[in-house]
Design a protein around this ligand. Structure first.
Ligand code: ZN
Length: 459
């Protein structure tokens, strides 16, 4: 039996912050309160520090297997560990795409050999997906299903494509609202959420143009694309009772469409990302393609609406959409640089900073730990500091600054949308099930991450 005692931190508990000791037995939180050390316990002095639940990033792209020059599970989870993210949930657009149980199991085995934090896996919805494939994915441990509206699928390369040349016979059409309506009853039955990439392909086609300037991007991917996709997906799924999770909400109009759908009875959770909460079109001259992504970063008005949505609790989840490419790819011009940037390492600290500036630093663990745990079906074991929960813990210095510099990033892509930002918090140490995986700038030798599977409790 291993005993660990955290002494004197301000602990974020489900009831709010409290000055307390936390006793951990065999990797599980045993007691919160005033604790006398038992013989042989390791005592960690964390007076003056915050003790937070590890963050759960429900939206990362490990690129593994598929694109090891962009990232792999080792570099992804090194960045996660250094950023206080103790569980990542990986998107299914790796290669081969995770559209069936066999692919998911192979990916899990690969990830297990390299993961420094715990991980879950999303399954992919294709236009041709069958009920049996979804059931197989669920049995193999998928936390839910992701549909990329408007993204075609290459049968030969077994790959989801950002953009497709028309007339290519190798392509399977993207999943559409009909696909969602057809498969939603199976998802409802399985009790697993459907996550969508919400940009309506018809709206995008109408407004498509070459990208020479950032205003071209704003005009080419207008907020109407997001709003239409959210409304239509909600309508397609509502009657089934399946839970719809909208990934990376980026606009005021998209948020309004989601609120309308919720008012009409949709079971829906909303996610936004630090890049939409901290950046706007005004940052493009400074950041260039480091902030090119799908959906695009929009205006200050959108940023204000998303911040307001978080404070009101309508948006419950903040996730990174960590999507690295090589620095060489991102150095291409605006038209040709691929969309996506890294972000897993900066998720927790940027969220603490935002919550602090919005008036209550203790909102952050709800956005990055509690709500994501519920979404991924981990609400009984992770996302809280509470007796019986995994001791995934982050020690944060509340009075030490951190600047997000390329040199400090563990991801293979060093430059991200939050490049250069300074926050008034720093990560001292990170524990995964009671074992230190990051300590004062140093990663643990061993990769000890495990696969997590959704439990019976659903949002
Ligand atoms: Zn993504």
């Amino acid at each position: 039996m291993t005993e660990l005692l955290f002494r004197g931190a301000t602990v974020f508990t489900p009831l709010g912050p409290t000055r307390a000791d936390v006793r951990v037995t065999d990797g599980v939180v045993a007691h919160i309160g005033s604790v006398d050390p038992v013989k042989g316990a390791t005592v960690v002095d964390v007076r003056g520090m915050y003790l937070l639940p590890g963050a759960i990033d429900v939206h990362v792209h490990s690129r593994d297997p598929g694109f090891p020059d962009k990232e792999d599970f080792g570099t992804l989870t090194a960045a996660a560990a250094a950023g206080g993210v103790t569980t990542v949930v990986d998107m299914p657009n790796t290669v081969p795409a995770v559209d069936s149980a066999g692919v998911l199991e192979a990916k899990a085995a690969l990830a297990r050999s390299k993961a420094r934090v715990d991980f879950g896996l999303w399954g992919l919805v294709r236009a041709s997906s069958t009920s049996d494939q979804l059931i197989g994915l669920a049995e193999a441990g998928a936390v839910g299903f992701k549909a990329y509206l408007g993204y075609a699928y290459s049968l030969r390369r077994k790959q989801v494509l950002y953009s497709a040349e028309t007339g290519d016979l190798d392509l399977e059409a993207p999943p559409d609202y009909g696909t969602l309506a057809r498969l939603a009853p199976v998802m409802a039955e399985l009790g697993l959420p459907l996550a969508i990439h919400a940009e309506d392909p018809a709206v995008l086609n109408t407004f498509r143009r070459p990208y020479e300037t950032y205003p071209d991007v704003l005009a080419g991917q207008p907020p109407e694309a997001e709003a239409v996709a959210i409304s239509a997906a909600a309508a397609a799924v509502r009657q089934s009772g399946a839970h719809l999770h909208v990934a990376h909400v980026s606009s005021a109009l998209g948020l309004a469409a989601a609120e309308d759908a919720i008012a009409a009875g949709s079971s829906m959770s909303l996610e936004t990302c630090p890049q939409f909460l901290w950046r706007s079109d005004a940052d493009f001259p400074r950041l260039g393609t480091w902030m090119k992504m799908n959906p695009p970063v929009k205006t200050l008005r959108d940023q204000a609406a998303l911040r307001d949505g978080l404070v009101r609790g309508v948006i419950s989840v903040v996730a990174s959409d960590h999507a690295p490419h090589t620095d060489a790819e991102k150095a291409r011009d605006l038209e040709h640089a691929p969309p996506g940037s890294p972000g897993v390492q900066t998720l927790l600290l940027s969220s603490l900073e935002l919550a602090h500036r919005l008036g209550d630093v203790w909102m952050a663990p709800k956005w990055v730990s509690e709500a994501p745990a519920a979404l991924a079906g981990l609400g009984e074991s992770k996302g809280r500091i509470s007796p019986g929960f995994d001791a995934d813990l982050v020690v944060v210095a509340p009075d030490r600054m951190t600047t997000f510099t390329p040199g400090s990033m563990r991801s293979r892509q060093k430059h991200g949308a939050l490049n250069g930002m300074t926050v008034g918090f720093a990560i001292e140490a990170v524990y995964l099930r009671g074992v230190p995986i990051f300590d004062h700038g140093r990663l643990a030798r061993k990769a000890t991450g495990r696969m997590v599977r959704p439990g019976p409790a659903r949002p």
